[in-house]
Design a protein around this ligand. Structure first.
Ligand code: AP5
Length: 206
């Protein structure tokens, strides 16, 4: 089954994907991670876009995600997180004959998005994501050693939300018309959101 995780910045796409990966044994392909990896290369063309909260050009991300989806581990299915983010990208998948079976659209209020993104921190050693605003830090985790993503600064968060509304939200209608859209309330605590997604996927598989 080919699954797209959709939703505004900070909706919980990455967090929910992490749970689904354990259940489906599909690869988790996160466009943001691919871009961050690319941004570490010398003279890359993506870092400036990301740090401003803008989308990288369609041609660039389509080439990167397209080649990842053609890897053999994607044959049985994948969890695609953060792609497509424009109609051009959605049409690209169709043109490449990469079918999408289900689009999980996490709906989250704007206040919660700002709260989540401004509190998000990462352990640079393990890559584990935490949140200072919405979750208790587990015992033994040193708050001082956690790092913040450069695009989680307040002015960049505002820009990302604006970009989502203008450029990305039209993709919802695109998938609604194709009958693969599943809206999930992403506002409750993470365990509850994961439960709703599981339940919805179960119904689709039956
Ligand atoms: P990307 O990394 O994909 O950023 P994003 O979509 O803005 O998504 P986030 O990773 O910020 O949020 P998320 O929904 O995964 O939430 P998470 O689970 O982490 O993209 C970064 C950049 O790359 C883009 O701005 C763009 O420049 C570029 N890019 C990427 N894809 C592109 C594309 N297709 N085209 C062009 N450019 C592209 O959760 C967030 C926080 O909230 C965490 O701290 C988490 O612990 C907490 N949290 C999660 N769920 C809950 C909950 N239910 N309750 C309380 N807290 C929660």
């Amino acid at each position: 089954m080919n699954i797209v995780m959709f939703g505004p910045p900070g909706a919980g796409k990455g967090s929910v994907s992490a749970f689904l990966v354990g259940e489906f044994s599909y690869p988790h392909i996160a466009a943001g991670d691919i871009i961050r990896e690319e941004s570490r290369k010398p003279q890359n063309k993506v870092r400036a876009y990301m740090e401003k909260g803008e989308l990288v050009p369609d041609t660039v991300i389509m080439q990167l995600v397209g080649s990842r989806l053609r890897q053999p581990d994607c044959r049985e299915g994948f969890i695609l997180d953060g792609f497509p983010r424009t109609i051009v990208q959605a049409e690209f998948l169709e043109r490449q004959r990469i079918p999408i079976d289900i689009v999980i659209n996490l709906e989250v209020d704007e206040d919660a998005i700002v709260d989540r993104l401004s509190g998000r921190r990462m352990d640079p050693k393990t890559g584990q994501i935490y949140n200072l605003n919405t979750m208790e830090l587990p015992e033994g985790v040193d708050r001082e050693k956690l790092v913040q993503r450069p695009d989680d600064k307040p002015e960049v968060i505002r820009k990302r939300i604006e970009v989502y509304k203008k450029q990305t939200s039209p993709v919802i209608e695109y998938y609604r018309e194709r009958n693969v859209l599943l809206n999930i309330d992403g506002n409750p605590e993470l365990g509850q959101v994961v439960g709703s997604v599981r339940e919805a996927l179960q119904k689709v598989r039956e």
